[in-house]
Design a protein around this ligand. Structure first.
Ligand code: HEC
Ligand code: HEC
Ligand code: HEC
Ligand code: HEC
Length: 430
């Protein structure tokens, strides 16, 4: 291609882009001042930076000993107390009972039998050891305790292959200060280096108070060879569910086959198990607030100490439970946020259930087709491939803990895809 003409075209595209962006920005600002009820004008791909704060990444191989939460108690008494208060978020319910279809759609992996809802950060070690899901390797400690995070920072990938029980003897606390601050006490430091690896140059485009949470509230896989906790993308753009699926289907091959977290024993579908995709969802295309608020803005509101100074509450809760946050910030644009969130969540929940049952139906039909002996492998494989993709899109929403509140647009697009693919697969039987 003619390079000059190419450059000319690129410049033209940029110019059009800039004019269009300016127009949209102008329109947005104008609408915001005009409209009492907010209107969603945002159509970003991955979000722009919230602030210009620099993200710091932990130094590895320095032989540090993790400082525990208690070590900071006298220096930061209010923060320490608010951290301990996470234990009040103790409720746990059984997803297998609440969503009966998962015993079929997750068949072949332990989540089909033992799947408890999330609760406070101070319960992570209790919950990972109490679950009926068997653990062989220590890699499941990646998001549970700073003791393991520090071990990875010391030993590198070799730590992921250590035996679970051996590492457990060296764990003395659940998620704590080191996970988000290293041993600095107050600076935000990315200590889970797989996040920095996955975002590459885009790391500096994300505010540190969002990165802190993205260390764990992300979709991940264990590398088939090293068993290292890894994220299925290499920058913000490839964090989109379409790109993640493409990565699992086309790039991450194991013996020439697409990567699978488990294989359903009756259907032979090589399945992907999505996990808590909060970061990808909140930062993804369609998110209303990604360029405005960090995770901490909504989940760690400001609190006032007895001496009148303010600090960030370290009780990680729903923004709807933080009246001061609602009054001081959200109410500027929202008149009934609780009602709005409830409506979004009810709609997401209803559709997730409906499509979950459709997937269950597909699983049973496929199992029956396999069992019947009437289908050749050549006939079954295309149905399996569509079923795999359908379940991934469904799971990406099902396992996201906000139930639509972080990005209802992206969630409903994923559910549309899940539904269409499930129906497509159902139409492929003879
Ligand atoms: C080191 C890993 C890790 C980091 C970092 C982390 N989380 Fe979590 N978070 C978890 C795990 C694991 C759970 C589930 C705990 C359980 O059920 O045992 C959880 C649970 C939660 C819950 C409670 C969910 C519920 O249903 O009650 C909220 C809210 C939450 N996290 C928000 C955040 C925010 C906001 C950040 C960033 C400031 C953050 N988390 C950083 C691992 C992490
Ligand atoms: C604009 C505000 C906002 C931002 C920013 C935000 N969230 Fe949320 N988040 C919510 C709302 C609203 C809910 C639903 C709360 C409810 O059900 O009561 C929620 C729910 C959650 C939950 C489930 C909590 C529970 O108690 O079940 C987790 C975990 C979570 N968010 C993590 C994150 C992470 C990680 C980020 C950043 C990547 C983030 N959130 C950014 C508003 C926000
Ligand atoms: C899951 C991540 C996470 C953990 C665990 C955590 N913090 Fe923080 N902390 C944050 C975030 C995020 C902020 C800042 C919010 C911002 O600047 O937007 C913060 C801010 C702070 C600050 C700065 C002052 C302030 O109030 O904002 C101090 C001091 C602090 N944390 C101490 C601690 C101590 C002590 C512990 C352990 C008891 C701890 N943190 C555990 C995420 C975490
Ligand atoms: C500057 C105005 C503004 C502020 C301040 C604001 N919001 Fe929003 N919010 C919007 C707009 C615009 C939308 C999209 C239109 C709608 O659904 O109302 C929205 C939508 C949402 C949604 C639904 C998102 C979705 O994908 O459907 C949630 C949840 C939300 N806001 C939470 C919050 C919380 C929590 C706060 C306070 C921390 C807050 N907002 C503060 C303007 C604002």
């Amino acid at each position: 291609m003619n390079v000059l003409r190419f450059l000319g075209n690129e410049l033209k595209k940029w110019a059009i882009g800039i004019v269009a962006a300016a127009a949209v920005f102008g329109l947005c600002t104008w609408l915001m001042t005009l409209a009492p009820e907010p209107v969603n004008q945002q159509e970003t791909a991955a979000a722009a930076p919230v602030t210009k704060r620099t993200a710091k990444v932990v130094e590895t191989g320095t032989g540090v000993t993790v400082m525990s939460a208690e070590d900071w108690a006298s220096k930061y008494p209010e923060i320490y107390a608010s951290y301990k208060a996470n234990s009040e978020n103790a409720e746990i319910h059984d997803y297998v009972e609440q969503y009966p279809m998962i015993s079929t759609v997750y068949e072949g992996m332990a989540f089909s039998k033992f799947y408890g809802s999330a609760r406070g950060h101070t319960y992570t070690v209790d919950d990972v050891t109490a679950t009926g899901r068997p653990h062989k390797l220590a890699n499941c400690f990646s998001c549970k305790t700073p003791n393991f995070t520090a071990m990875v920072n010391e030993l590198g990938d070799a730590a992921y292959q250590l035996n679970f029980e051996d590492v457990l003897t060296q764990v003395n606390e659940p998620i704590s200060c080191y996970n988000c601050h290293a041993n600095t006490g107050d600076e935000l430091v990315v200590t889970h280096t797989y996040l920095a690896d996955a975002l590459g140059d885009d790391l500096q485009k994300v505010d540190p108070a969002t990165l802190a949470c993205a260390q764990c509230h992300v979709e991940y896989y264990f590398d088939p060879e090293t068993k290292a906790t890894s994220l299925p993308y290499h920058d913000l753009a490839s964090m989109h569910p379409d790109a993640i699926l493409k990565f699992y289907n086309e790039e991450l091959l194991v013996d020439g086959q697409p990567f699978a977290d488990y294989t359903n024993p009756r259907t032979g579908v090589r399945q992907i198990k999505a996990q808590h995709s909060e970061f990808e969802t909140y930062m993804g295309a369609g998110s209303v607030h990604a360029s405005m608020f960090t995770c901490a803005d909504c989940h760690m509101g400001k609190a006032t100490a007895e001496n009148g100074t303010t600090y960030s509450s370290h009780t990680w809760t729903s923004p709807l439970e933080n009246q001061a946050l609602l009054d001081d910030s959200c109410s500027k644009c929202h008149t009934d946020l609780a009602g709005q969130v409830k409506a979004i969540q009810e709609k997401t929940e209803a559709r997730t259930n409906e499509i979950g049952y459709l997937l269950q139906d597909l699983t049973e039909k496929l199992a029956a087709a396999v069992e019947s002996g009437d289908y050749t492998e050549e006939e079954l494989n295309p149905i399996r491939a569509v079923a795999r993709d359908a379940q991934f899109y469904w799971d990406f929403v099902f396992v996201e803990n906000s139930e639509g509140a972080h990005n209802s647009k992206l969630d409903s697009e994923c559910l549309d895809k899940a539904e269409a693919l499930t129906n497509q697969a159902l139409g492929m039987f003879k």
